[in-house]
Design a protein around this ligand. Structure first.
Ligand code: NAD
Length: 361
């Protein structure tokens, strides 16, 4: 996509333009790459490590894991010295490691708060995976701890840094779609037994925390508004032992101050390619695979003109853009586009959705 100076200013207002600066210019902004310690060496950590390696301003300099063997293997692949491998117990010693500027928290949801707070106390900036935590109170504690330590906190909302999502925002902000009236969005998958995601203690809740949050967050960045009223339903259909602690399905509606209505759903009982569809007075557009790591596809009809824009980028480009943005913020003392307050807001809306659906939080 071609970004003009005017587009850049507009996206900068959204805060997401930093990664669109040419790589050569970005590299000049600081000589030192930002060093990250990765906490929790599971699936998403692998995507993040590859994404950070693809940048000019980020590198992986430490690992934190409960499995020393796994960590040794990943360290060897990434030129990380054994002395920069930590366990959950000795994690606080990271304070004395000058190669670590920031930590990337990629643990189960309920562990985000503890490790974000410990990282801030150790004098490190924090990039925390979504959902930011499992309660509003924990989000507030995380923000307070980072503020007290004078460290930056960003929630890893990678879609905020992804070109097709940014293009969608721009189509709306530029008025190309006319007045937005309604948005539909969904994301879900058919979960296997035994996942930590099915434990309320570790996950906080079901698909809403895990993947429904993408639709919630998208409705907020697409409209640029905060929902005023929310109503929701939830259900469990499959009584096969998976949903003893968390819900299987949630659907919710949001009323935004301008009058825009959004209708969203999420599930752990069916594979649902994540998407959003936006209807405005001048047409409609939809992004298929809107929240996937690649394969995003924008199509629609605007003022009688067909729109068909597949995005050829491949994984780990989202993680590259996300780490590039946070590192750029750290190098230049800028606030990230998705700070802790953004994660806190989603947690407040999740609490409202659960309350409306009659689920105890
Ligand atoms: P995962 O199960 O693949 O990895 C979790 C890691 O945490 C593992 O290395 C595991 O060993 C470690 N761990 C430590 N204590 C644990 C415990 N008590 N129980 C289970 N694991 C424990 O999970 P994941 O899919 O990588 O998700 C990690 C985080 O990343 C979650 O918060 C999730 O919501 C988020 N996530 C974000 C994206 C994204 O696109 N931004 C995608 C997937 C997951």
């Amino acid at each position: 996509m071609t970004i003009t100076r005017r587009d850049f200013s507009r996206l900068a207002a959204f805060g997401a333009a930093a990664h669109l600066i040419p790589a050569s210019a970005r590299a000049q902004s600081s000589e030192k790459k930002i060093g990250y310690a990765v906490i929790g060496l599971g699936r998403i950590a692998g995507h993040f490590i590859a994404g950070a390696h693809a940048t000019n301003n980020s590198q992986i300099t430490a690992l934190v894991s409960g499995h020393r063997d796994k960590a040794e293997k990943i360290a060897a692949q990434n030129n990380i010295p054994s002395s920069s491998i930590y366990s959950y117990e000795n994690f606080d010693e990271i304070a004395r490691n000058p190669a670590v500027d920031a930590v990337y928290v990629a643990l189960p949801n309920s562990m985000h708060a503890e490790y974000t707070i410990r990282a801030a106390k150790a004098g490190k900036h924090v990039l925390c995976e979504k959902p930011m935590a499992t309660s509003v109170e924990d989000c507030e504690k995380m923000i307070a701890a980072c503020k007290a330590a004078n460290k930056k906190l960003m929630v890893a909302y990678r879609c905020h840094y992804e070109p097709t999502n940014l293009r969608s925002i721009k189509l709306i902000r530029d008025g190309v779609l006319g007045q937005v009236q309604t948005i539909q969005s969904a994301f879900g998958f058919n979960i296997a037994k035994g996942e930590w995601r099915l434990s309320k203690a570790l996950a906080g809740g079901g698909p809403l925390y895990d993947v429904g949050i993408y639709s919630l967050n998208a409705c907020r960045y697409l409209t640029g508004e905060e929902p005023g009223h929310i109503s929701a339903y939830s259900s469990v259909i499959d009584h096969d032992g998976r949903f003893n602690e968390v819900e299987e399905n949630v659907s919710w509606s949001m009323h935004f101050p301008s009058g825009i209505l959004a209708s969203c759903s999420t599930t752990y009982g069916a594979n649902m390619g994540g998407y959003f569809r936006v209807y405005g007075s001048k047409g409609w557009f939809q992004v298929d695979n809107a929240f996937a790591y690649d394969g995003l596809h924008l199509r629609g009809e605007l003022s009688g003109k067909q729109l068909d824009e597949p995005n050829p980028s491949k994984d780990p480009s989202h993680f590259q853009a996300e780490s590039e943005h946070f590192s750029h913020c750290l190098q230049n003392n800028l606030e990230p586009q998705s700070p802790g307050e953004e994660g806190l807001r989603d947690m407040q809306y999740i609490a409202q959705i659960y309350k409306s659906a009659g689920i105890a939080v």
